[in-house]
Design a binder for this molecule. Structure first.
Ligand SMILES: Nc1ncnc2c1ncn2[C@@H]1O[C@H](COP(=O)(O)OP(=O)(O)OP(=O)(O)O)[C@@H](O)[C@H]1O
Ligand SMILES: [Mg+2]
Length: 309
C-alpha cells in the first residue's frame, strides 16, 4: 500500500532522508520509530504530498506522490504532529468544515460527522468549543478529522504524544478498530513500547536511514532477548540452583541478580522447561520462571547504538 524506494530529502546541506526503502502492506499497522530529527515527519509529509522528495520514489495505493498528489490526498488521512488551533469553532462545526473541504455533499455531512464522532468517542463533546478540549480529546478530534473522507491509509505523526496512560490506551483501541475496518496505518513515535502491542511491523529510523525493519519478534530475536530466562527460587535454594544450572551444556551463562537468576541459552531458544526439569529434579523450590523481556527502549538504544551519519 505504501512503497518507498531510495527516498532522499535534503534541506540545504542537511540530508534528512538518505536512500530510504520501505514497504507497508495493505491492512498493516506500521510503527515508525526514531529519535528527534530522525526523519519521521519528513517521510510522512512526503507521503502526504506536502513535501517534495529530493530524489527517489514513493507510492501510496499505487499512486506516485510526485505526479498524483490529488489522488493520494483522497486516499490518505494525514494527522500532523501539531494541530492548528481553531478558535470559536465547536467540535461538530470543525468536522463539518473538513467534510466540506473534502467535497462531501452537504446532505451527507451530518451523518458522516456523527459517524466519526461515534468512532472516536467524542459524541459527548459535539457542541464543545475545540479550544476547550483537553489534549487527549484534541488528539481524538485530530483522528476524527482524518477519518472524515474515509481514507484507506492513515498516516499519523505521533498521535499519542502528550497523552496520559488512559488516553494512550484509548488511542490504541481506536487504532485496532481502524485496522479491523481494513485501514493501512503508519504511525510514528519515539517511544517504542508505545507501539509494541499494536504494530505488525516496526521500522527504526535514525539520521535519515532505516536501521531496522521487521516484526516485534524479529526485534527481540535480533536483540538476543529470546535466549534468556529469569528464574526465581526460594532464597535458601539459590546457591544450589545456580550450581545445577551451571551443569547444563546448553546454558552459556548463569548470573545471580539477587532477586532472580538470569539464564542464557546458547541456541537462541527460550527453554524454560530445561530449567524447570533440572531444578525440580534437584528439589529446588521454584517461585517463577519467565522469559526475559528486555525493555523495548533498551532494545531501541542497542539497535541504534554506534550509528554515525
Ligand atoms: N523545513 C526544514 N528546513 C530545514 N531542516 C528541516 C526542516 N524540516 C526538518 N528539518 C530537519 O530534518 C531532519 C529531520 O526532521 P524530521 O522533522 O523529519 O524528524 P522527526 O523524526 O520527525 O523528529 P521528531 O521526533 O523530533 O518529530 C532534522 O534534522 C530537522 O532539523
Ligand atoms: Mg516529527
Amino acid at each position: 500500500m505504501i512503497e518507498i524506494t531510495n527516498l532522499t530529502k535534503c534541506y540545504g546541506q542537511l540530508q534528512a532522508l538518505v536512500d530510504l526503502n520501505l514497504n507497508i502492506g495493505q491492512g498493516d499497522i506500521f510503527g515508525f520509530i526514531g529519535p528527534n530529527g530522525a526523519g519521521k515527519t519528513t517521510t510522512m509529509r512526503i507521503l502526504a504530498t506536502l513535501l517534495k522528495p529530493t530524489s527517489g520514489k514513493a507510492f501510496v495505493d499505487g499512486k506516485n506522490v510526485l505526479k498524483q498528489g490529488k489522488d493520494i490526498r483522497r486516499v490518505v488521512g494525514y494527522m500532523p504532529d501539531f494541530m492548528g488551533v481553531y478558535d470559536d469553532l465547536k467540535v461538530f462545526e470543525y468536522l463539518e468544515f473538513f467534510a466540506a473541504a473534502f467535497d462531501i455533499p452537504s446532505k451527507q455531512r451530518k451523518s458522516i460527522v456523527e459517524g466519526v464522532l461515534e468512532l472516536t468517542d467524542l459524541q459527548g463533546k459535539k457542541s464543545a468549543a475545540v479550544d476547550s478540549l483537553s489534549r487527549g480529546m484534541q488528539q481524538r478530534l485530530g483522528l476524527a478529522r482524518v477519518l472524515i473522507h474515509d481514507p484507506k491509509v492513515l498516516i499519523l505523526d505521533e498521535p499519542a504524544s502528550g497523552l496520559d496512560p488512559r488516553a494512550r490506551i484509548e488511542i490504541r483501541e481506536l487504532l485496532r478498530e481502524l485496522k479491523k475496518m481494513g485501514k493501512t496505518i503508519m504511525i510514528s513515535s519515539h517511544i517504542l513500547s508505545e507501539l509494541e502491542e499494536i504494530c505488525d511491523f516496526i521500522g527504526i529510523i535514525e539520521q535519515g536511514r532505516l536501521v531496522f525493519s521487521g516484526t516485534m519478534d524479529e526485534i527481540w530475536r535480533k536483540m538476543g532477548t529470546h535466549s534468556k530466562v529469569h528464574v526465581t527460587v526460594v532464597p535458601e535454594h539459590r546457591e544450589k540452583a545456580i550450581e545445577l544450572l551451571n551443569t547444563v551444556p546448553e546454558i552459556v551463562e548463569v548470573s545471580d541478580q539477587g532477586s532472580h537468576i538470569v539464564v542464557d541459552f546458547s541456541d537462541g531458544q527460550v527453554a524454560g522447561s530445561v530449567v524447570a526439569k533440572i531444578l525440580v529434579n534437584g528439589n529446588v523450590d521454584i517461585v517463577s520462571i519467565e522469559p526475559a523481556k528486555m525493555k523495548l527502549d533498551d532494545a531501541f538504544l542497542q539497535l541504534t547504538k554506534g550509528m554515525v551519519h
